[in-house]
Ligand binder design. Sequence first.
Ligand code: HQG
Length: 181
Amino acid sequence: MTPQDYKQISKKLSLLLRHKPELYHLELDPQGWCGVDALLAAFRKNGHPLDRMTLEAVVTQNDKQRFAFSPDGTHIRANQGHSVAVQLEYAPQEPPAVLFHGTATRFLGSIYEKGLLKQQRHHVHLSPDIETASKVGVRHGKLALLKVDSARMFAEGYSFFCSENGVWLTEQVPPAYIQPA
Ligand code: HQG
């Protein structure tokens, strides 16, 4: 297996566990979990043989820790980033005083007008540091970095969640809490 093979499997897992489980006739439970045996069988059936050991390597070596096994190892899910309806049940918690969001310059007008909106995902995704936010932002084009006053949002009643892989999630960020970073 090359790093490229791992990346390809990770991309397929993201597609199946976040967006389109139906592509391989899979079902996610309400918390987003998929049976590992069913997943491996589905890969096989679709011409991409995958064994448990390789799947474990993909999960543990994933650059962003996108996936997690259930404590008993029978199920797997994506830690965040879903577009299908799932209830990840992360407990709300106090965020760092400042969080960052990387985006593309062409979105700035709309963001300063309407705030950060969750678009296709379940939450707005925020990063604890500028480096991570930059990586997220350049995916969309010419990078723009924003700073979110998460301390004041939290004080004013907005809820924050931290996914298992350290992404901060919130429903929306109104314009009043956003500044250039
Ligand atoms: C923008 C990847 C116009 C927002 C990353 C972003 C992250 C607005 C885009 C994770 C807007 C949505 C999430 C508004 C927000 N007007 N544009 N009012 N409000 N936007 O991909 O945060 O590799 O859904 O700025 O690393 O970029 O998938 O969200 O540019 O952690 O694991 O709308 O996805 O992780 O884009 O990325 P996305 P995101 P994975």
